[in-house]
Design a protein around this ligand. Sequence first.
Ligand code: GDP
Ligand code: MG
Length: 186
Amino acid sequence: RQRQMKPRVLLKIVVLGCSNVGKTSLMKRYAAGDFTDYRRPTIGADFMTKEVVEGDQPMLLQIWDTAGQERFHGGSLGSGFFRGANAALLVYDVACAVSFEQVAMWREELLVRLDVDPHDFPIVVIGNKVDLATGLAMDGIHGVDKTRVMKWCEMQGMGHIETSAKDGTGVEVAMQAVAVLALEQK
Ligand code: GDP
Ligand code: MG
């Protein structure tokens, strides 16, 4: 008995955030094993594709990563990076408060470049490097206040998931969540 599958949907997901928060590591972790492709187009960005199935809906996720231009500012990213995006992951480092403060800037950049209404575009905020959080509770100086972060994300209509590209925590969950939101919005 074979289940009737729907036609495959292509979903473009862009990954943004400050330099060094772990964007590339998250993609590599997610890709580990069975990614089908990882290439660097001439526009100065990388993307990988991965086939996933949600119920009877096959999806081809095309996940875009910056190639380091985020070091300068969002404006240095080419328009090809944003064009046709269906959803975004905005990544910060839970051990680096500044990287969270910058999430608002990345969100703004994204909305301006895509020319979309904030409530029509799915965004999931990712607090990466959660494997470092235990140590932070002890020194607690540079870490990000989780309660405040969650409240802010909720107010902005964005999801929030903690991950560790190092040990894999939350990575599948985060990618699945953004894919489902992108699908619903498409
Ligand atoms: P990007 O600039 O946002 O693409 O960040 P990278 O993926 O290049 O990672 C920057 C640094 O953070 C590297 O040294 C990674 O090994 C490290 N890193 C990335 N993710 C994690 C994580 O979840 N936990 C820890 N402890 N280190 C991480
Ligand atoms: Mg990178």
